[in-house]
Design a protein around this ligand. Sequence first.
Ligand code: SF4
Length: 260
Amino acid sequence: MSEAKAVEQFDLSVRTPAGPVTATVEISTGFVPVTQIVPLLRRLGEQAQALEQQRTTASGLRISCAKGCAACCRMLVPVSAPEAFALRDMVATLPETRREAIQLALANATASLERAGLLTQLRQVAENDRPITDDMMEPINRAYYALKLPCPYLENESCSIYEDRPAACRELLVTSPADWCQDMVNKPVQAIPVPLRISTILGLLWSELTGSPPRLIPLPLALDWAERHAAENRTKWKAKDLLDKALDTIWRFLSRHPAS
Ligand code: SF4
């Protein structure tokens, strides 16, 4: 007979700039790795983004993003450490042929980045021992976007890890014409605000849990980073404490970024 898992139920409510988001969560009474908090935070982020989307359409604007358009999958996607570990765990469950295809796409992307002279900079971003500012990232983001390098997880212009895609991929929605996203440098692309920037929040949470600097890892390097840092992901936290710290991080984020 399998042993029933002990869980506690909590009703959460977070007031975001787009409106309140709520969730009922069941969490273990035991200890869990940081990856356990990732789906909940992504859910809250998606709810907040849906509210923002409603506000946008109510104001008369239309979201231009549609299935089959993957222009934004040529941008540099920042991934928090908990998401990198969750991605590694997910990829480990895939059939061998899928894993090999992903490894090949990642190797090709890494080779392209090396040829373009960007690999060293991206590795420094992933392994930084001091916070990296938006101003520091700006030229790197521009150089990456100029390569028009498809995301290693993009297959036939469709995301091959859709359910598990990083939070940052869920947050970019635009109201400007879709074809402007092919030339984001020269066209005034209009993105809707992001009420809860979940990758940043998870990055701050990981920083607080581990005492390391806030870190966002470039997506093409995320699996490699998670592999090399696998030992850090063996630490477990009491699930309720992890939830409390995550909520506290959200509130602190919201107090500093009323809307971004
Ligand atoms: S993970 Fe998926 S949605 Fe995100 S950039 Fe890659 S292909 Fe696009």
